[in-house]
Design a protein around this ligand. Structure first.
Ligand SMILES: Nc1nc2c(ncn2[C@@H]2O[C@H](COP(=O)(O)OP(=O)(O)OP(=O)(O)O)[C@@H](O)[C@H]2O)c(=O)[nH]1
Ligand SMILES: [Mg+2]
Length: 467
């Protein structure tokens, strides 16, 4: 579906549904003021002025509240906009929406206000995407990233790339009419330097996407381990809630459980799994194969070891898990030695020392915790955050989080590589420059200078109604 900018006046509830002190209804389009004045007791003369009055329709009073007018182009959409501040709850706002439709306005489609804003040149695409990120942000890290993007963080990076690309194009095109073998060596080198500089910038922005996704969607942590190692206990301790059943019977957890938490401003998605062991129980077997399957899509895997086991079994478990995960394309593994509280005599502590030197020798990353007594559990998150290299508090750097941008920039990189290869193989410069033009076109599409007809589908339809 694609929507065209038309003369319709649109309306929607802008506040989220449910109980709240106020609900805001917004209209945008030429008829906004005229329509609202048919139900509001005051005339909206001054713009950006809050009028207090009553809302009436067919001699019935609907509500009392506030109205504010924004004259075009000084509004969110760039069109005439009126906002109605009503009493909260869904009932009144919905009734007003029905009335506004009866009076000639249409219900806005998801993201249509922001789409109009973009079409009227109020925001560029990067800003529009940042607005969507901001609304959906559910952690401090993700909110901060969206704010920096909204303030032009990514724009700067794309402009840099575009400027370099234009330089490169100019260098190549100025040589088009000369036979290729008379390009002096030094100039050739300079052109190659430009390719390298561009490649570096593209690489950095593309790699940033991985971080952007971690920041926005959360870092996945999968808890694997033998039955009874304390996976569900760890899961519950982290969530500060008895979400998973904990018993001393091995094989308690059959299906995996997922939950998100915010730690230090970052979102983590935690998964508790069925313990992995050799078993004849068909239900447990399904759980185990599910656990291993999940390892493929996770950012971090915790392998929980049970320190109540003897050293021989602990080593066996380590080898077993390394074997199981050997051919699985997966994230970082962290071994976590659980039940450290049980090690309270000399012999037990010696076992821990032995295990430590075994893990050190194998170059294994490990932590010692007690899930039951919440000892050192936070260190897991500190380790994960450090390893994911996300330090959102002390940086003004922002990362790409939009898949649309990611696909376009990846395609751009391909054009650049093709152009570079052609240049290095001394192919006709027209062909070299043609790929740079494709590359620049893609960059312009990212920022929205060149618009794509399906933009509404790709981007704005994913917004909520009222935005
Ligand atoms: N002493 C001690 N006991 C623990 C600790 N963590 C878990 N336990 C105990 O170990 C037993 C098994 O705990 P669970 O959390 O059910 O273990 P699990 O790994 O989820 O087990 P399955 O679901 O069967 O795979 C329970 O009796 C827990 O109370 C710990 O840090 N210290
Ligand atoms: Mg369990």
């Amino acid at each position: 579906m694609s929507i065209s900018l038309n003369n319709e006046t649109i309306c929607a509830i802008c506040t989220s549904p449910g109980v709240g002190s106020i609900s805001v209804v917004r209209l945008s389009g030429k008829e906004s003021k005229t329509i609202v004045e048919k139900i509001f007791s005051k005339k909206l003369v001054k713009q950006r002025f809050m009028y207090y009055g009553s809302f009436n329709f067919k001699k019935k009073k609907i509500d009392e509240g506030l109205c504010v007018l924004f004259k075009a182009p000084n509004s969110y959409t760039g069109e005439e906009v009126v906002e109605l501040h009503l009493h909260g709850g869904d009932i009144i706002a919905k009734e007003i929406i029905n009335i506004l439709q009866e009076l000639g306005s249409n219900l806005a489609k998801p993201g249509e206000f922001t789409y109009r804003s973009y079409m009227n040149g109020k925001v560029d695409l990067l800003k529009a995407e940042a607005i969507s990120e901001m609304i959906n942000a559910d952690s401090a890290a993700s909110f901060k990233n969206s704010i920096v993007n909204f303030s032009g963080g990514l724009n700067k990076k794309y402009n840099n790339i575009r400027d370099l690309g234009i330089n490169l194009l100019a260098e190549i095109e100025s040589r088009v009419d000369f036979p290729e073998d008379i390009i002096p060596k030094l100039e050739k080198k300079n052109i190659q330097k430009l390719y390298i500089a561009l490649d570096k910038k593209l690489k950095s922005i593309i790699e940033g996407y991985k971080k952007g996704v971690l920041i926005n969607d959360g870092i996945n942590i999968l808890i694997l381990g033998t039955p009874n190692s304390g996976k569900s206990t760890l899961f519950n301790t982290i969530l500060e809630e008895e979400k998973a059943i904990v018993t001393d019977i091995p094989g308690t957890t059959r299906d995996s459980l997922e939950h998100s938490i915010i730690f230090n401003g970052l979102k983590f998605k935690l998964t508790d799994t069925a313990g992995i062991r050799a078993t004849d129980d068909s239900i447990e077997k399904i759980g185990i194969s599910k656990s291993i399957e999940k390892a493929k899509y996770t950012d971090f895997i915790i392998i929980l070891l049970d320190l109540s086991q003897n050293l021989k079994n602990l080593k066996k478990d380590i080898i077993r898990f390394e074997e199981i995960l050997k051919n699985v394309p997966r994230g970082t593994i962290l071994f976590v030695n659980n039940k450290i509280d049980l090690l309270n005599n000399k012999k037990e502590l010696m076992k821990l020392e032995n295990l430590k030197s075994y893990q050190n020798n194998k170059n294994i990353k490990f932590l010692n915790i007690s899930a039951k007594h919440n000892k050192n559990v936070k260190n897991i998150f500190k380790y994960v955050q450090k390893n994911a290299n996300i330090n959102y508090k002390n940086t003004t750097e922002s990362f790409m989080t939009s898949k649309r941008q990611f696909l376009l920039i990846t395609e751009s990189k391909q054009y650049l590589i093709e152009s570079k290869n052609k240049f290095n193989e001394n192919m006709p410069l027209e062909l070299v420059s043609q790929d740079i033009r494709f590359f620049l076109n893609n960059i312009s599409e990212i920022t929205g200078e060149i618009s794509n007809n399906d933009l509404y589908d790709i981007l704005f339809s994913k917004f909520c109604i009222g935005k």
